[in-house]
Ligand binder design. Structure first.
Ligand SMILES: C[S@@+](CC[C@H](N)C(=O)[O-])C[C@H]1O[C@@H](n2cnc3c(N)ncnc32)[C@H](O)[C@@H]1O
Length: 232
């Protein structure tokens, strides 16, 4: 019988923000796959490190975080092939995604391919706390209230639309923010809203940094795991 395959959101970085379901699934899994460059190195595997057992087979799938023109599909297919193999051998498996799998997560691509290629494999998606929600909680800034619209922007793809997006109003969350920080600062300054923004980097990890003035972050080397929140 095919074993279950789970796509698991492990939350933004703090192991205490893992869900009970994520922990249950990890304890039932025999094989754990993640996007990191090595079996024991990667953002997601480090979040769950304290829950690993010697009998867990852990595999880093070396998926690039900054996508090239191939949109990462080769890497996703490697993950899907491995998950199908595990399932058909009767071994329950989990593929980890930081934050929530269905919100700009690697897990979402894996889910789509797995459903298309192997409908016989029992699949479960375990939601996780998105980094954006954890950032809002840490800053004490509501993401959206009443009639407000919340915009979530994968910033690297919308460099030229930063001003236009800010002008829509409401709060905005800028993922993959490091590459557009200069542009964000100048567009926010032009609207007198610079103090409405903060950058959080590697939130929940031991080396977390929070910049309440974006100008303090702009000359720093920033991790890919950085986001900017702009409150309304
Ligand atoms: C591909 S998106 C994945 C989003 C994720 N699935 C979620 O639910 O939060 C990656 C982006 O999420 C943001 N991110 C994820 N984890 C983060 C963290 N711990 N601290 C700051 N930003 C984070 C960064 O902007 C990063 O570039």
């Amino acid at each position: 019988m095919n074993a279950p395959c789970r796509i698991v959101g492990v939350g933004p970085g703090d192991p205490e923000l893992l869900t009970l379901r994520a922990l249950q699934v990890l304890s039932e899994s025999r094989t754990i796959l993640h996007a990191g460059p090595r079996d024991d190195v990667g953002f997601a595997i480090e979040i769950i490190a304290e829950h690993l057992r010697p009998d867990h087979a852990v595999r880093g799938m070396a998926l690039a975080m900054r996508r090239g023109p191939d949109d990462g599909s080769v890497g996703y297919d490697r993950v899907v092939t491995a998950l199908i193999e595990e399932s058909r051998r009767g071994r329950p498996s989990a593929f980890l995604t930081e934050g929530d799998p269905m919100l700009f997560g690697t897990g979402s691509y894996v889910v789509e391919r797995l459903k298309a290629l192997a409908p016989d494999v029992p699949l479960e998606v375990v939601p996780g706390i998105p980094a954006m929600s954890a950032a809002a909680a840490r800053l004490g800034w509501p993401l959206a209230q009443k009639e407000e619209i919340l915009t979530i922007c994968p910033a690297t793809y919308h460099h030229d639309q930063v001003g236009e997006i800010l002008d829509r109003g409401g709060s905005s969350c800028w993922l993959k923010a490091a590459g557009v920080l200069g542009r964000l600062i100048s567009e926010l300054q032009a609207r007198d809203r610079l103090e409405h923004a903060a950058l959080v980097e590697r939130l929940g990890r031991p080396d977390e940094r929070i910049f309440l003035d974006l100008r303090d972050a702009v000359s720093r080397e920033l991790s890919y795991f950085s986001l900017v929140l702009v409150r309304s």
